[in-house]
Write a protein that binds this ligand. Structure first.
Ligand code: TXA
Ligand code: MG
Length: 344
């Protein structure tokens, strides 16, 4: 199959909609990362997503809508909890996914056998236009091969999936750069399963009490059940060995310089570069977690493409604000390997 590259023109958006209506797969830009979309109400089309990505079938997908009213129009959920209305008012369209009890129309391929469904209303204009053109909600995981970093440009999607899907629509580089915040509203208390661009602090401001799932910051132990199946996989993992360093700015620089050498690089902040004696890739300014989120996956891909780098010493961000999302992706890229420099 030859994968065609589409642009943000009305003609190409219409074309993407036609492909999706016909059961095809399209790489779609969103404000978080690129998604690999199919008609969410067509189980066969959704099954093709799993084959194209090499994704385990037990990992459910997010259903993307183009208006809050789509939830009722397509009967996607059994009922809309009051908390969902509150969050939608504040954060939709945007980088927030809400899990609710699923409606009967949701195919098993989407929910992976769970009795819930994840729903997101993205803010990227092209994403919204494509959903409208398809005239159906779109199931879409991130448009990477399973196990590699999520794609933040159309070129990343092409690198991973060219020849396996019908089309990719180029909507530029993704603003947030990390996947959406996932919150479940199907349990007793609202609980964050995956941190993202909408922060835990913002969610608490809107809802009051909000729990954060253990899997956000820690490795699940053998046999432990993941509330969000995606959290149990070693994710976002580059080929190089990523080692996270916890400690002061000075300790990071000192340790990295002492371990520099052939095939070693640093994933650092702008302010570190002058003092580092190793190949350095900057995530952004210290404390600017939005900038770090925006560049993380792009940098992980560049490290892989270099083909030379075997070990990466990385900064560990704070766990406040969007820092929690960067932290969550980095500890997975590192397979949970953290060296505590203060304890040595
Ligand atoms: O920003 C995003 O969310 C992107 C764009 C394309 O919208 N999508 C995305 O999808 O990151 P994916 O499939 O890579 O991640 C979805 C996560 C997985 O960890 C999955 O296990 C979880 O959401 N998930 C989906 N449905 C769920 C459900 N019903 N219950 C629990 N977790 C669910
Ligand atoms: Mg993904």
């Amino acid at each position: 199959m030859k994968t065609i590259l589409l642009n943000e023109t009305p003609g190409d958006i219409e074309r993407a909609g036609e492909i999706l209506r016909g059961g095809g797969l399209v790489g779609v830009p969103t404000e978080t990362v690129y998604g690999l979309a199919a008609d969410a109400l067509n189980g066969e089309a959704v099954a093709r997503i799993f084959r194209a990505k090499g994704r385990p079938m037990d990992n459910p997908l997010i259903v993307h809508i183009a208006d809050f009213s789509d939830i009722e129009r397509f009967s996607l959920v059994r009922e809309i909890p009051e908390s969902a209305r509150l969050l939608a008012e504040r954060f939709w369209p945007g980088p927030l996914t809400m899990i609710m009890k699923k409606g009967e129309v949701i195919p098993d391929e989407v929910s992976a056998g769970l009795d819930t469904v994840a729903i997101r209303y993205p803010s990227h204009p092209a994403a919204r236009a494509i959903i409208k053109a398809a005239k159906t909600p779109l199931a879409a995981p991130s448009a990477n091969l399973s196990g590699s970093p999520s794609p933040t440009t159309a070129a990343h999607v092409m690198n991973d999936l060219s020849g396996r899907i019908e089309a990719v629509l180029d909507g530029g580089s993704c603003e947030v750069g990390l996947e959406s915040t996932v919150i479940t509203l199907a349990g007793e208390k609202p609980r964050v399963l995956r941190p993202g661009g909408v922060t835990v602090e913002q969610l608490r401001e809107a809802l009051g009490e909000v729990e954060v799932d253990d899997a956000v910051l820690h490795r699940l132990s053998e046999g432990e059940r993941a509330a969000s199946p995606g959290m149990k996989y070693k994710h976002y993992s580059p080929k190089a060995n990523v080692i996270l360093l916890r400690g002061s700015d000075e300790a990071f620089i000192e340790y990295t310089n002492a371990h520099s050498g052939d095939g070693v690089a640093a994933l650092c902040c702008d302010e570190d570069i002058a003092a580092l004696r190793t190949e350095a890739y900057s995530l952004g300014k210290r404390g600017d977690y939005s900038a770090q989120a925006h560049s993380l996956f792009e940098l992980l891909r560049r490290l892989d493409e270099s083909g030379r780098i075997r070990t990466v010493y990385s900064r560990l961000p704070g766990t406040d604000g969007v820092g929690l999302a960067v932290y969550n992706r980095l500890i997975r890229a590192a397979g949970f390997e953290v060296i505590d420099l203060e304890k040595k």
